[in-house]
Ligand binder design. Structure first.
Ligand SMILES: NC(=O)c1ccc[n+]([C@@H]2O[C@H](COP(=O)([O-])OP(=O)(O)OC[C@H]3O[C@@H](n4cnc5c(N)ncnc54)[C@H](OP(=O)(O)O)[C@@H]3O)[C@@H](O)[C@H]2O)c1
Length: 336
């Protein structure tokens, strides 16, 4: 690991490692789905080459977003907490150079906001990212949030992220929705944030989530969804489609769960029929094949995994027959 001072020197002088070339999503939906995947496969060295990511429209505005982004919890926040600026910089640079934009973080993710905000500014890539963070001051039980404390936490997020407008702030883990969504709506009305939303990755909160989706004018939800965790398909994803709410998919690999279940098994050959060459791509293609999904944000602390994940947002998507085959394949794996 290098020190912050060393990293700053390196970032200032040696942009060779982080050359910023033209990138950005260049195709949308069906057209991209027909495009063959980047045949050579992504490499870190080739990170300056944007992949042809499929894009999806934010239902409330039509804004197109690349269908794979980056999650800032878990291993990413651990790396940020270690002040490994070089690695965080390489992951964020791979995100944007590879054609992704959406970065999902939270006030509650340790050093994730502070380090990503700082490093993105220093690399000059902050305005190429779609910044999604979260607020929650409701504490244990999550039923009562002080609006002044919520506003203060959000101001801290602005300071940490170092951007004048935050693209999306969501209420984290269903904490006091009336109070905290009210605060977010004020900020949206004032033009300081562009989108509002609410998140949970706990099935016990799904019913409360559905109620919020019916009663509040939110732009996004964030929800857990994976090939071996499909409960959201039953009611949440159809409701999101009905209500015109965008969906960020969390835990597409179930953190370490799917990696333990897969072990060292080879990727099935038939995954090539929908341009997946790695397990990460297979699992991401499973979630983004659902039409309710706007963006999947797998977490990573490794630039090569960032590029692998972005490649999961390119090329052909699985057919319903492939989806069924994936489910059967995963159901036959040992549990984690
Ligand atoms: N309630 C909420 O709002 C909520 C809850 C949970 C998560 N989230 C959001 O969702 C994001 C995703 O969840 P998560 O990060 O916890 O779990 P995840 O995306 O399901 O899995 C992350 C794990 O997969 C590994 N990984 C990533 N890409 C890989 C690849 N291509 N090949 C092999 N391994 C790979 C990562 O390790 P490496 O670092 O080694 O790549 C890490 O161990 C979070 O970061 C957060 O932004 C939100």
């Amino acid at each position: 690991m290098i020190s912050r001072r060393d990293w700053l020197r390196m970032a200032a002088g040696a942009s060779a490692a982080f050359v910023v070339k033209g990138c950005g999503p260049s195709e949308s939906g069906a057209a991209a789905a027909e495009t063959s995947a980047n045949a050579a496969g992504p490499t870190v060295a080739g990170a300056s080459r944007a992949l042809n990511l499929i894009t999806r429209a934010v239902p409330s505005t039509g804004e197109q977003l690349p269908v794979v982004g980056l999650g800032g919890a878990n291993t990413f926040s651990e790396t940020a907490g270690e002040e490994d600026f070089e690695t965080i910089g390489a992951v964020l640079q791979a995100l944007v150079d590879g054609g992704g934009t959406v970065f999902d973080t939270a006030a509650g993710y340790g050093a994730s906001e502070e380090v990503s905000g700082r490093v993105a500014q220093e690399l000059g890539i902050a305005d190429r990212m779609f910044w999604a963070t979260k607020v929650n001051v409701a504490g244990r039980g999550g039923t009562s949030a002080d609006p002044a404390a919520a506003r203060a936490q959000i101001e801290r997020s602005f300071e940490r992220l170092r951007i004048p407008v935050i693209d999306l702030i969501q209420v984290h883990n269903m904490g006091d929705p009336p109070t905290q969504l009210g605060v977010l709506q004020e900020l949206k009305d004032a033009g300081r944030i562009r989108y509002t939303g609410i998140t949970t990755t706990s099935e016990t909160q799904y019913e409360a989530l559905e109620q919020v989706m019916r009663e509040y004018p939110i732009d996004f939800i964030g929800i857990d969804y994976a090939v071996d965790n499909r409960v959201a398909e039953e009611r949440i994803l159809p409701l999101a489609q009905d209500r015109g709410i965008g969906v960020l998919v969390y835990l597409p690999f179930g953190r370490s769960r799917m990696w333990q279940r897969i072990g060292d098994r080879p990727v099935p050959e038939w995954a090539a029929e929908f341009d997946a060459t790695t397990w990460a791509q297979l699992m991401l293609k499973f979630v983004i094949a659902h039409p309710a999904v706007t963006v999947a944000t797998p977490g990573t602390s490794r630039p090569e995994h960032m590029l692998d994940n972005l490649a999961g947002g390119t090329g052909r998507l699985p057919t319903p027959e492939h989806i069924q085959r994936m489910i059967e394949l995963v159901e036959a794996l040992p549990s984690a």
